[in-house]
Write a protein that binds this ligand. Structure first.
Ligand SMILES: [Fe+2]
Length: 389
């Protein structure tokens, strides 16, 4: 058994109706009026309303920044930071998918440390803690509410910047399954496969610990079982709750053990071609699992059983049962194929850069089987030409 550290928010609150307690959590864990960071659809649809009402009643509602309608960029961060400072806020309440929560983390970081987000890319380069963040996810996917990471697109370089620091951890995570009821099926699928990828990659990561493996396996089990239910029946309360809990468990697991090659390769697809993060993972997951499997057959076999596969023992054959299960799940969720999302010409033009950026992200170093640049290129190619048998 080896030594390990574990990081998490100081408070994790879970349950239907929890968003209505945001004001009380902000009074307990915040430092004054809150900038609310969210997305335009969430504001228009009223999803964020319980959060706003609760903050208003507590006298802590500040300005609302709701321009994040795509993957989060440095432009969003600059605008939200200017609003935070102009209005003299002391707390950030982020309500949304991974995007608004990632922007909130970058605002908190830059308010305390200055500079541009690219100055902090990589691991452990943030010097000072930022302002308190309360993170309230509206999707069951990113795990950003319990992670010390943020991913912001550098609009000048068309590159996704990954920043990892314990100072990015939200002070409180408030998980209310009711906020996820309105998610359309395609978003349920993409974000849910992102969470499942967190569960799988954290389980087989070289940095996995006894604690994180348990969280990973529980998350994989919940998501494999309930993701198809939430996809088919968006108002299924039990399925929504299980998916949100699975996403939380996977988030705690990966933030303390890292993701791997799938995430490393997925980020350039988002930055170069605007492929949503969950879809980027989904189109690579099966191919990369097949490559990685010989590096940790026992863990993959445990995952297969956790996801409900009929697999005995710890052999590569038992592990492959999980691969088939993932194959079927991705089909069932109607995830598009990579070749339907970008042209071969564009793919080939960006391939060398994507390989370089995948390696530079550092995530592939934690994969159970290490991949050379040539192997990463071959995996992109295999995922692109992947055809239904
Ligand atoms: Fe992810």
């Amino acid at each position: 058994m080896r030594n390990w550290n574990c990081f998490s928010p100081r408070c994790i609150a879970f349950g239907e109706g929890k968003a209505s307690e945001t004001g009380a959590f902000a009074a307990q864990w915040g430092r004054g009026r809150a900038l609310v960071v969210t997305g335009p659809y969430l504001l228009r649809s009223g999803t964020v309303e319980p959060v706003l009402r609760s903050l208003r009643e507590a006298g802590l509602l500040g300005p609302i920044y709701s321009d994040i309608d795509s993957e989060p960029t440095d432009r969003h961060v600059d605008e939200a930071l200017a609003l935070f400072r102009h209005e003299g806020c002391g707390t950030i309440v982020a309500c949304g998918g991974g995007g608004p929560i990632d922007v909130a983390k970058a605002v908190s970081l830059l308010h305390a440390n200055g500079g541009h987000i690219r100055d902090y890319r990589g691991v452990g380069r943030v010097r000072k803690p930022g302002v308190p963040i309360l993170a309230i996810p509206t999707t069951a996917g990113s795990g950003s509410e319990v992670s010390g990471t943020t991913i912001i697109t550098d609009t000048a370089a068309h590159e996704k910047l990954l920043v990892i620091s314990p100072y990015l951890m939200p002070e409180a995570a408030i998980l209310d399954p009711e906020l996820t009821f309105g998610m359309p099926p395609a978003l349920t699928a993409a974000t849910g496969v992102d969470a499942l990828t967190h569960a799988i990659e954290s389980c087989v990561s070289r940095k996995a610990t006894e604690l994180t493996i348990e969280f990973s396996l529980r998350a994989a089990g919940r998501l494999a079982r309930f993701l198809p239910v939430a996809f088919a029946a968006p108002d299924h309360a039990e399925a929504r709750g299980e998916c949100l809990l699975g996403s939380l468990e996977a988030g705690i697991a990966f933030t303390n053990s890292s993701v791997g090659l799938v995430h490393g390769m997925a980020r350039p697809l988002g930055a170069k071609f605007g492929v949503p993060h969950g879809v980027s993972n989904a189109v690579l997951l099966e191919t990369v699992m097949g490559f990685s499997l010989p590096g940790a057959p026992e863990r993959y076999a445990r995952l297969a059983r956790a996801m409900g596969a009929d697999a005995d023992g710890f052999s590569p054959e038992a592990a492959r049962a999980g691969l088939r299960l993932v194959h079927d799940l991705v089909r069932e969720l109607h995830i598009p194929k990579l070749r339907d999302l970008l042209s071969r010409e564009a793919f080939e033009a960006q391939l060398p850069t994507m390989v370089r950026e995948a390696i530079a992200s550092g995530s592939p170093d934690n994969n159970p089987r290490l991949a050379s640049p040539e192997e990463i290129a071959a995996l992109y190619e295999a995922a692109f030409s992947f055809s239904e048998e």
